[in-house]
Write a protein that binds this ligand. Structure first.
Ligand SMILES: Cc1cc2nc3c(=O)[nH]c(=O)nc-3n(C[C@H](O)[C@H](O)[C@H](O)COP(=O)(O)OP(=O)(O)OC[C@H]3O[C@@H](n4cnc5c(N)ncnc54)[C@H](O)[C@@H]3O)c2cc1C
Length: 320
């Protein structure tokens, strides 16, 4: 899911990244199409945020007030309008907001398109397990991968929740947070719908993804019965018609979390040619374009256009 709205529960530097990243996507999709001949699925159908319970109303109200006051496109549909926007929506939903500019992208197709476009532009990719980053006199000199030292003028640390596990690095507090998601048959709602407990995303022509758990379960990537139960409730709360859906599949991933909800982007003070690009937690797809742009500008010595200080890998992090 891709979208920008001001999140009052997040630091201002988080909202700055969202705002600056989301606007890259339409041009990226076009550029990757030109480079590869294939168009990555990108749906610009807006997103509903719903309050299934009375207890959820205050959160929605605050989100509306803050975003409307700052000119972020947001609508407040009536119950009848909600059912027009999302015919399969639970009629018991108390209130909803509609974000007309929010979108979703096929992230697997997007990644593969980036790989192909990069290869066509001269990049090469090699699979391997980086054991450590090597350094000398205050600069990194390369990485130890598959038992071999690979010299490098610049190293970008983008190892997700495993970023703190690589040898030779300054300490970096990134922790794994598991997310499970489920795919079921049927598509009672053709748009993204979010509730405070999870979301539905239409997949293909006739499937729905139900996401996602947020679990501190270490590096354990299994899907679980507890996750299935939680997500079944999320799905049925948003759209009771999913009760007749068939279970198609499940998967889990480990999100890289930081204690202050901000990613680590930028050079390490100890090694100016080692750049962090990690800790994006629940927003690594949304934040990918701005992260790439900030890394590019840093390597080329250009003005990154944003103050990198809040994202510095050298900052002391604590929970907000
Ligand atoms: C269920 C679920 C739903 C999500 N939905 C969204 C969404 O809607 N929108 C959004 O923006 N984000 C979403 N996210 C979050 C997003 O997937 C993450 O933020 C993103 O994947 C982080 O990207 P990354 O490249 O930093 O880390 P990863 O995707 O974890 O990639 C890190 C890579 O580094 C490799 N690696 C690790 N250690 C080493 C090593 N020593 N040597 C070599 N390679 C190594 C790993 O194998 C992995 O391939 C979701 C996540 C989950 C789990």
């Amino acid at each position: 899911m891709l979208g920008f709205h001001i999140r009052p529960d997040k630091p201002e530097a988080f909202n700055i990244l969202s705002r600056n990243s989301v606007r890259f996507f339409p041009a990226i999709i076009d550029e990757l199409h030109d480079a590869t001949g294939r168009r990555t699925a990108y749906h610009h159908g807006g997103q509903l945020s719903v309050a299934p319970d009375e207890a959820d109303l205050a959160e929605l109200e605050t989100a509306y007030e803050i975003n409307a006051a700052q000119g972020v496109p947001v609508e407040r549909p009536t119950p009848d309008e909600c059912l027009l926007l999302a015919p399969g929506l639970n009629p018991k939903v108390q209130d909803a907001l509609f974000w007309p500019e929010n979108a979703w992208v096929d992230n697997t197709a997007l990644t593969l398109a980036f790989v192909e476009a990069a290869e066509k532009a001269g990049a090469s990719f090699e699979r391997g397990n980086v054991r450590s980053v090597e350094s000398d006199s205050g600069r990194v000199t390369g990485v130890l991968v598959n038992g071999e030292l690979r010299p490098a003028g610049w190293v970008v640390l983008a190892a997700g929740c495993w970023s703190g596990e690589i040898g030779g690095l300054p300490p970096l507090a990134v922790e794994p947070v598991r997310g499970q998601a489920y795919l079921v048959s049927g598509q009672p709602i053709k748009r993204i719908v979010m509730s405070p407990r999870g979301y539905l995303v239409p997949k293909g022509d006739d499937q729905t993804m139900i996401g996602a758990t947020v679990e501190w379960a270490g590096f354990e990537e299994a899907t679980t019965l507890g996750g299935l139960a939680e997500l079944a409730n999320v799905g049925l709360e948003i759209s009771p018609t999913l009760a007749g859906s068939e279970f198609i599949g499940a998967w889990a991933g480990l999100r890289p979390a930081t204690a202050d909800d901000l990613p680590f982007i930028g050079p390490f003070g100890q090694f100016p040619n080692l750049i962090a690009a990690t800790g994006h937690f629940r927003n690594g797809i949304l934040f990918a374009p701005i992260t790439a742009e900030l890394v590019r500008a840093t390597i080329l010595g250009e003005n990154p256009g944003l103050n990198l200080q809040p994202y510095s890998p050298d900052r002391a992090v604590s929970r907000v």
